[in-house]
Design a protein around this ligand. Structure first.
Ligand SMILES: Nc1ncnc2c1ncn2[C@@H]1O[C@H](COP(=O)(O)OP(=O)(O)OP(=O)(O)O)[C@@H](O)[C@H]1O
Length: 196
């Protein structure tokens, strides 16, 4: 049974770890899933504490850094390198910060998992379901993806290429997500955790 104390170790019923290439639709899938699960569910982004700390240190505009704008793209590469240094010293650093409010929710969706160390961190502590969101290159390009050397071929974008996930969602096109391949299977995998 999950404990609701902020001081004791809190156990959510399930943690859904979402990964995938840029503009495959990780946020879109996470938001739909969160809205449909019907329990206290929250989306946490590992990039949020990273961006917050990076913006503070470099006196940047956090709102713009959090949005899908050109501003974020300009700073992405340096921010990734800075995040690398922090993670190398403490692999769970951003995972812990991102889920600080986790005790308020029974289901966590981590919508931007990029590292094996992130997956290991959550798997060691919680019941996890891993989800890979995929889309063809042309669909991703229609959604604004442009290849950036040093970003799209870096560890931060390719680190989980070989991760065997429990479910793959093929998120091409604009059909409603409940009809997208893999989505119903994902919900079926999550439900036993949250109905117990
Ligand atoms: N199935 C879908 N139907 C309609 N629009 C979609 C679908 N999937 C994604 N999109 C749209 O494509 C764009 C990119 O999706 P999203 O932001 O979820 O990708 P992401 O993988 O989280 O991107 P990033 O890697 O940059 O964080 C958004 O505008 C989103 O609304």
């Amino acid at each position: 049974m999950a404990q609701l104390s902020g001081t004791a170790t809190y156990l959510p019923l399930v943690v859904i770890l979402v990964s995938g290439k840029r503009k495959c639709g990780k946020d879109f899938v996470s938001e739909t899933l969160c809205a449909n699960l019907g329990k206290t569910c929250a989306i946490f982004r590992l990039s949020a504490p990273l961006k917050k700390s990076y913006a503070t240190i470099h006196t940047l505009d956090l709102d713009q850094l959090m949005s899908a704008t050109e501003y974020k793209e300009i700073h992405r590469k340096n921010m990734i390198e800075w995040g690398e240094e922090v993670r190398n010293k403490d692999p769970g650093y951003f995972c812990r910060l991102a889920t600080e409010e986790g005790h308020l929710y029974t289901i966590w969706i981590i919508s931007d998992v990029r590292r094996h160390s992130d997956v290991s961190y959550f798997r060691q502590k919680y019941n996890c379901v891993t989800v890979k969101v995929a889309a063809t290159q042309s669909v991703r390009e229609e959604r604004g993806f442009k290849f950036v050397d040093g970003v799209d071929n870096a560890q931060s974008e390719c680190g989980l290429d070989n991760l065997e996930c429990d479910i793959t969602i093929q998120n091409d096109g604009t059909v409603p997500l409940p009809e997208v391949s893999g989505y119903k299977e994902l919900v079926a995998l999550v439900l036993p955790h949250i109905q117990s």
